[in-house]
Design a protein around this ligand. Structure first.
Ligand SMILES: [Zn+2]
Length: 265
C-alpha cells in the first residue's frame, strides 16, 4: 500500500515539474518575441494561386462493347492526337527568321471542346461511326477527331478553319476494309436510308464526294497528300458535319469554340 502511495506521489511530482518547465519555456519565448510591422501596398501579391490540374478520367475502351465484340465508339476516341514526342517543324530555313512549330501534348494537355460544362463531340458523328461498326462488324479506326488549334497548325498549317477544331469532323478507315472503301460508303448511305431519312439520301457531288443535308463525305485516296494525322498507307474517309440536330442550324467553324472552349490542364 505504501509503495503504491509513494509511486503516485512521485508521478504527481514529475508531472508538476514538467508543467513548470513548459510554463517557464513559454515565458522565455514570449519575452524574446520580436514583432515587426508588415507594410504592403494593395497591389502586392504574397503568392500566386495555382489552379489545380484537372484531369478527365481515362476511358476504359473495353467497357462498352457492341454486339460484334468491338469497342463502342465514344467521344474518347476523338481526343486530339498531339504529342510532345512529335519533333518541332522547322518553318523558315532563313537563319534570320528561324521559326518552329511545336505540337500540343494531346489529352495530357487539354480537353475536348466544352459545351454546357461537358466535353463535347457532335453525337451525330459518334452514332454514325457506331452504325458503320455494327453493320460491317469491323473496327472503325479514327485517325483524326478533335484537333486543338496548336495540333491543327502542326498537322495541317493551311486548314485554319477546319471543323476538326470544333469536334464536327472526323477522319477514319475501317480495319479489314481498307481496300474496299466503297463498301464503307455504301453502309453510310444505308444509314441515311434506314435510320435518318429526314436528312435525305447521300448523293455524289464529285467523283469522290457525297453530301446530304447533314454531312459532307470525302473519300481520300492513299496517294493524295495527307496531313500529319493520316500518315498511314490506306485510303480514308473524312466526314464533316453540316447540320446540327440539336439546334437545327448549320454547323460552321467557330474561332471562339476552337480557341476558347478547350480547357488546359
Ligand atoms: Zn491538341
Amino acid at each position: 500500500m505504501n509503495v503504491k502511495v509513494l509511486f503516485i506521489a512521485l508521478s504527481l511530482l514529475l508531472m508538476s515539474c514538467s508543467g513548470l518547465e513548459r510554463s517557464e519555456k513559454a515565458k522565455i519565448k514570449s519575452l524574446n518575441v520580436q514583432k515587426e510591422k508588415i507594410t504592403r501596398s494593395e497591389d502586392d501579391i504574397a503568392y500566386h494561386l495555382v489552379t489545380p490540374k484537372k484531369r478527365g478520367a481515362k476511358a476504359y475502351f473495353w467497357g462498352n462493347k457492341v454486339a460484334s465484340n468491338l469497342p463502342k465508339i465514344t467521344k474518347e476516341y476523338f481526343r486530339c492526337k498531339g504529342s510532345y514526342k512529335n519533333p518541332p517543324i522547322h518553318l523558315h530555313k532563313n537563319s534570320s527568321n528561324e521559326k518552329y512549330l511545336l505540337d500540343c501534348n494531346g489529352f495530357d494537355e487539354h480537353s475536348l471542346p466544352v459545351k454546357d460544362e461537358k466535353e463535347y463531340i457532335y453525337p451525330a458523328l459518334i452514332e454514325l461511326l457506331n452504325y458503320v461498326q455494327e453493320n460491317s462488324l469491323k473496327q472503325v479506326v479514327i485517325t483524326c477527331g478533335h484537333r486543338c488549334p496548336k495540333h491543327n497548325l502542326y498537322t495541317e498549317i493551311n486548314a485554319t478553319r477546319s471543323k476538326h477544331l470544333i469536334g464536327a469532323e472526323v477522319d477514319f478507315y475501317v480495319l479489314g476494309l481498307q481496300a474496299q472503301i466503297g463498301n464503307v460508303v455504301e453502309i453510310i448511305k444505308k444509314y441515311y436510308e434506314n435510320r435518318h431519312k429526314e436528312y435525305g439520301p447521300l448523293v455524289n457531288t464529285t467523283s469522290n464526294s457525297f453530301e446530304n443535308k447533314e454531312i459532307r463525305l470525302k473519300v481520300r485516296s492513299s496517294k493524295e497528300q495527307k496531313d500529319l494525322d493520316n500518315q498511314h498507307p490506306y485510303p480514308y474517309i473524312t466526314i464533316e458535319l453540316k447540320y446540327d440536330r440539336d439546334t437545327k442550324k448549320a454547323v460552321h467553324y467557330s474561332w471562339k469554340i476552337s480557341h476558347q472552349s478547350v480547357m488546359k490542364w
